[in-house]
Write a protein that binds this ligand. Structure first.
Ligand code: AMP
Length: 277
């Protein structure tokens, strides 16, 4: 596995890499990321290379404290990438991605990025930073496919919409959420939960599961509020939306989405609604 820590090294690597399947991450890799990389390695088998990018992107953090304490576990991350079948890991410095004095463009945000009541309401500017870094990496790495987790459902829809317009040559491949055996969605931030908070955090996946049985959207939202409230969790949002546009009403598939702070740790999760029968 090649470790590429600058753009010149990436440019030397690319010509022999074949079709690149890109797995964008911020590091602190867990079994969910590992599954994404395994999928990437399978997709690349026989025709190219699975490349993992590890970069904690400062422009997508609207909370400096969250950025400062974002976990950094590079040695362990490289071991995960290697065992999951990555052919290369791209770990650039901040100055390589955002050269001082040069402004890296922020693409036009698709409408799904700013649907009221969701991520943009809680983390203004977050998706502008995500789109900026994803576009920069797509231009540098030139992947054929990029794999994104369904765990970050709104992000997945934002990137799909952005790529359709800005980089139609890149296929966006979704990957289902990987969970702990008790249902908690895996997240790099779970390590900050105390034992008591971790137990309470289970209310999030429980709320989504219970809501899946509800007969109406309104009932589903009421159930989520109740289940979370029973564990002392006041959600930032707990709603059912159109799965693609994230608008309140839609004709197609629907998705239940929750964001909530448990203690000081912000967690998000989502599930298809209603539950598949
Ligand atoms: P992150 O580094 O946590 O921002 O995530 C990097 C990629 O991994 C994103 O596409 C995430 O959606 C995905 N991811 C994170 N957690 C999970 C999970 N539990 N299951 C599946 N994909 C995940």
């Amino acid at each position: 596995m090649e470790i590429l820590d600058n753009i010149a090294a990436l440019n030397r690597f690319r010509p022999g890499a074949g079709e690149i399947v890109l797995i964008p991450t911020m590091g602190a890799l867990h079994a969910g990321h590992e599954a994404l990389i395994r999928r990437g390695a399978r997709l690349a088998a026989g025709r190219g290379t699975c490349v993992v990018w590890i970069f904690v992107n400062p422009t997508q953090f609207n909370d400096p404290a969250d950025f400062a304490r974002y976990p950094k576990t590079l040695d362990a991350d490289l071991a995960v990438c290697r065992s999951a079948g990555a052919g290369a890991v791209f770990v650039p410095s901040k100055d390589e991605i955002y050269p001082p004095g040069i402004s890296v463009p922020v693409p036009d945000l698709p409408r799904v990025a700013t649907e009221p009541g969701l991520e943009d309401a809680m983390r203004p500017g977050h998706f502008a930073g995500v789109c900026q870094v994803v576009l920069r990496f797509f231009e540098l790495v030139k992947p054929k496919v990029a794999v994104f987790g369904e765990k970050d459902w709104q992000q997945l829809q934002v990137i799909r919409a952005m790529a359709k317009h800005a980089t139609p040559q890149v296929e966006i491949s979704p990957f289902p959420t990987v969970r702990e055996s008790d249902g908690l969605a895996m997240s790099s931030r779970n390590r900050f939960l105390s034992a008591e908070e971790r137990t309470r955090a289970l209310a999030i996946s429980r709320a989504l599961t219970r809501a899946g049985e509800a007969g109406s959207q309104r009932e589903a939202e009421a159930i989520m509020a109740t289940v979370l409230g029973e564990s002392g969790i006041q959600p930032e949002y707990a709603v059912v939306r159109d799965a693609e546009t994230l608008q309140e009403v839609g004709a197609g598939a629907r998705r239940a989405l929750i964001a909530a702070k448990v203690g000081s740790v912000r967690l998000i999760d989502n599930q298809q609604w209603p539950k598949r029968r």
